[in-house]
Ligand binder design. Structure first.
Ligand code: NAD
Length: 291
């Protein structure tokens, strides 16, 4: 068997086109969705992310507000900016780019964002809402993975899913989303015993570990769907957490790196901004963009 390679880049482009259509429809009602991105410091990777977020926000017809603060900004100044953005009716989504400099308390900053504008879905209230099945803002990367899985598999009910990684950004919300879709979910992590054995029972494997080529072909049940969240910079360039060469011989479908989950993350950020805008204006949630 040779796995179908899931084209996340094409899926994300399609998603952005649908979002642009919705934005145009909102424009007719005098509504322009706005996304504010705050960057503190000069982390090169963060600068690249923020730049592409800004570009894609404008491409779908949304307003983009960029706030760049020096690395030594006092936390109180950042909190004051967040407060201004919370109160600004032109801003529907607020994203504070992580990581923040060491002198800042990330949780305090994230929890200062109005939950309804928290398009990253990291606010403690959104985490709780997701976990209890309430309307939430959902973290972008896991939301993108869910969309790809539903597109490939239809219903996820009764599927065995193994999520490798338990971070707050990817692993835990991914597990919540799969559970919400009635999959049977195992969350594996650095202390898990016999990870290959667990994966061999899985219809779905989501790898969010941060180790190049970690998941091997002989861990994979024939025909399984493998989602690779990892982004690892190596001498061979950008590679995922999944060893594509061996896994593609066994899996039914898998996402590549690059061109799989990565492009879905920004598309889902725009999807969340659209959802936040709809909710702020008393409109129904845009179709297919929320779990
Ligand atoms: P993290 O470092 O916060 O978490 C890694 C997780 O992997 C931990 O929960 C840890 O327990 C687990 N782990 C480590 N070693 C393990 C082992 N030997 N066996 C099993 N589990 C093990 O990372 P993160 O923020 O969740 O990101 C994971 C990866 O996904 C990174 O490569 C990151 O760059 C990438 N990422 C990609 C996107 C995207 O848009 N595609 C977004 C976020 C993160």
């Amino acid at each position: 068997m040779t796995a179908q390679i899931i084209d996340g880049k094409a899926f994300a482009a399609n998603l952005r086109t649908r979002i642009a259509t919705e934005v145009a429809r909102m424009n007719e009602q005098g509504i322009t969705p706005g996304l504010a991105v705050v960057l503190v410091g000069e982390d090169p990777a963060s600068q690249v992310y923020v730049r592409s977020k800004g570009r894609m926000t404008k491409e779908v017809g949304m307003a983009s507000f960029e706030h760049k603060l020096p690395a030594d900004t006092p936390q109180a100044d950042l909190l004051a900016l967040v407060e201004r953005l919370n109160a600004d009716p032109a801003v529907n989504g607020i994203l504070v780019q992580l990581p923040l400099p060491d002198h800042m308390d990330e949780a305090a900053v994230i929890n200062a964002i109005t939950p309804d504008k928290d398009v990253d879905g990291f606010h403690i209230l959104n985490v709780g809402r997701l976990a209890t099945g309430q309307k939430a803002m959902v973290p972008c990367t896991p939301l993108g993975c869910l969309m790809l899985l539903r597109d490939r598999l239809g219903s996820l009910a009764g599927k065995n899913a193994v999520v490798i990684g338990r971070s707050n950004i990817v692993g835990k919300p991914m597990a919540q989303l799969l559970l919400r879709d009635s999959a049977t979910v195992t969350v594996a992590h650095s202390r898990t015993a016999d990870l290959p054995g667990l994966c061999r029972h899985a219809d779905i494997v989501v790898a969010a570990v941060g180790r190049a080529g970690f998941v091997k072909g002989d861990w994979i049940k024939p025909g399984a769907t493998v989602i690779d969240v990892g982004i690892n910079r190596t001498e061979d360039g950008l590679v995922g957490d999944v060893d594509q060469a061996s896994v593609e011989k066994v899996a039914g479908a898998m996402t590549p790196v690059p061109g799989g989950v990565g492009p879905m993350t920004i598309a889902c950020l725009l999807a969340n901004t659209l959802t936040a805008t709809a909710r702020a204006n008393g409109l129904p949630d845009p179709e297919g963009l929320t779990p």
